[in-house]
Design a protein around this ligand. Structure first.
Ligand SMILES: C[S@@+](CC[C@H](N)C(=O)[O-])C[C@H]1O[C@@H](n2cnc3c(N)ncnc32)[C@H](O)[C@@H]1O
Length: 306
């Protein structure tokens, strides 16, 4: 049973005011204090925003205030991302478990699911009926927290999703998320490298979706400290020019996708055009398209297997 610790609204208000000030001084968004309080003190956004919680005689925390202070010190001093402190991250309509074994799923990656849904309505000249795409086998390569696999399994209720990661620790988190969201029977998990564990699905995949590591190796240490010091480098480092995994996925996927199957990836700013060129050169793809993220940056590349 979850333990509870009682504080007065006034005490928590003072704690929040001090924590917000520390955030501003450390150049961290003061909003993050409220994310922590929403998760660990069960306060809602409105009562935090209007500060109505201040008048409550009792607020129940799921940890002592001293531990909350220690957590916040980790955020400020060690630059630990707040999602690793709370152990959860919101993504699409889900609240996903996260740990330092997995990349914190990013808002821009949410668009991959909308693109996959749109792509499952095939172009007029596709040999594949829509139902084959929405009912077939989809792969999430480099699943991390399982975000994309969970998004696909929810978007395509009649499909089977195959989620692969090289990291056993990441797969354990992804599995915990699938269980929490009652999707465990719709997602199969595989430990291994990219498509290699899916040999039994050669020529059968309706779609392949990936947000692979794409940051050039020498840029990784210079990323903001929350990322460089705390997120797994296996999830970030895309090799010398950042294209190692993208090149592999372009080359390997045609053996696994069925005719008309969807190839869809996220890329870093400035990479999309080169990925589209790689797909063109490979010769097995058509209808190659680049899509922007919500900030208007070209980020996603989609193609269909001939
Ligand atoms: C950028 S993260 C994406 C995680 C998650 N899909 C998301 O979008 O939040 C890349 C993922 O690829 C995994 N990965 C790295 N190399 C891999 C490989 N050779 N085979 C399979 N997965 C790999 C990492 O462990 C990490 O989980």
């Amino acid at each position: 049973m979850r333990q509870e610790f009682c504080v007065s609204g006034q005490t928590l208000w003072q704690w929040r005011t001090a924590a917000r000030q520390q955030a501003i001084t450390a150049n961290i968004s003061a909003e993050e204090v409220d994310w922590l309080l929403q998760d660990l003190a069960g306060l809602d956004r409105l009562s935090l925003r209007l500060e109505t919680f201040k008048d409550r005689a009792e607020i129940l925390l799921c940890l002592p205030l001293s531990e909350l202070t220690t957590l916040w010190e980790h955020r400020i001093q060690d630059r630990v991302p707040v999602q690793y402190l709370t152990g959860v991250a919101p993504w699409r309509e889900f609240l996903l478990n996260v740990s330092p074994a997995v990349l914190i799923p990013r808002p821009e990656t949410e668009c991959l699911i909308d693109l996959a849904i749109a792509a499952a309505t095939p172009p007029p000249d596709s040999p594949l009926p829509t139902s084959l795409l929405t009912h077939g086998h989809w792969a999430d390569l480099g699943t991390g927290s399982g975000a994309i696999a969970i998004g696909l399994a929810t978007a395509f209720p009649a499909a089977m999703v195959h989620a692969v990661d090289y990291s056993a620790a990441a797969l354990a988190i992804a599995q915990s998320n699938a269980q929490k969201l009652n999707l465990a029977d719709r997602i199969r998990f595989y430990e291994g490298s990219w498509l290699q564990p899916l040999a039994h699905l050669k020529g059968k995949l309706s779609g392949m979706v990936a947000n692979p590591p794409y940051i050039p190796s020498q840029m990784v240490p210079d990323l903001q400290p929350e990322v460089a010091r705390h997120e797994p480098h296996l999830a970030l480092d895309g090799g010398m020019d950042g294209f190692d995994c993208l090149r592999h996925l372009v080359a390997a996927a045609p053996d696994y996708l069925q005719p008309g199957g969807v190839w869809l990836v996220e890329t870093m700013t400035g990479q999309a055009i080169a990925v589209a060129a790689l797909l063109q050169q490979q010769g097995s793809y058509h209808q190659i398209q680049i899509y922007p993220d919500l900030a208007g940056i070209d980020r996603f590349v989609l193609a269909y297997r001939h």
